[in-house]
Design a protein around this ligand. Sequence first.
Ligand code: 13P
Ligand code: SF4
Length: 310
Amino acid sequence: MSTLVEKINKLKEEKNAVVLAHCYQNVEVDEVADFVGDSLYLSRKAKETDADIIVFAGVSFMAETAKLLSPNKKVLLPRLESGCFMADMINVTQLREFKALHPNIPVVCYVNSTAAIKAESDVCCTSSNAVNVVKNIGAEEVLFLPDTYLGKWVEKKLNGKVKVTTYNGFCPTHLRLRVEDVEKSRMEHPNSKVLAHPECHHTVSEIADFVGSTKEIMDYVKNTDFAEYTIATEKGVFDRLKRDYADKSFYLLSDKLVCQNMKWNSLDDIYNALLREEHEITLDETTSKKAMDCINKMFEITSPKQIGRV
Ligand code: 13P
Ligand code: SF4
């Protein structure tokens, strides 16, 4: 009798499908994934592939972005429940109110946003290229949404040269971390390097040894030869680093670092989505066109090197 992994792989072949998995997914998902990485890297893979079907093991804004970049492909989200709390913190009415409060200022939206929000923003960014996007816009001030902590981190990285006025969204997963967690971890593992995501509260980022996106954190481990690393981002990153670097030690800063939305997908869900071709992402034409302009603007003002790859 064939295993679930074998069954998924057979279906993939029969249907000319690929599975893209975000590195916050349950690590078992990698067994059937054609590509594993951060959200933008996966979207680019979605665009490049000649597959007819893309199963996106991630959250809904990522599957939407893949659909925007590959409108003629069937994009499936294995579990409809997998939204993103941060992306859901702003709707179009709230965005319009925010813009009305700060008129005539370019709007930068983090890729963790719905297609409708992208459609009403000027340029998109990811955590890997946010600093360059804001810098390359060439404005003295930008509006940044939904994540206030990423926006303020960008402002700091640019030494305050660009005023970043942020919407008050946040990631509940990263915001669970406190300064006390870092202090406790440093007592237990004094030689370990603390690597934090810029979605963390600024008090945590300020005391980390390194702050960077998912890709930058993984690259930091790859390119340094410390013996110990403390991971202050979602558990999936920790699980993959532990699996891939057996000669190094990793600690998860807190066991609260789990994004429930990212953990919905099981191998069963991927199998069912592929078998039944269910939970297809559809977007209306007007929204898609405007959202694509916002994404294309990001490509225009950043070099391909900025795009996240794990
Ligand atoms: P990436 O853009 O690095 O894939 O991160 C997505 C995310 O949800 C971070 O919390
Ligand atoms: Fe959204 Fe936070 Fe989960 Fe990322 S970790 S998908 S920002 S809720």
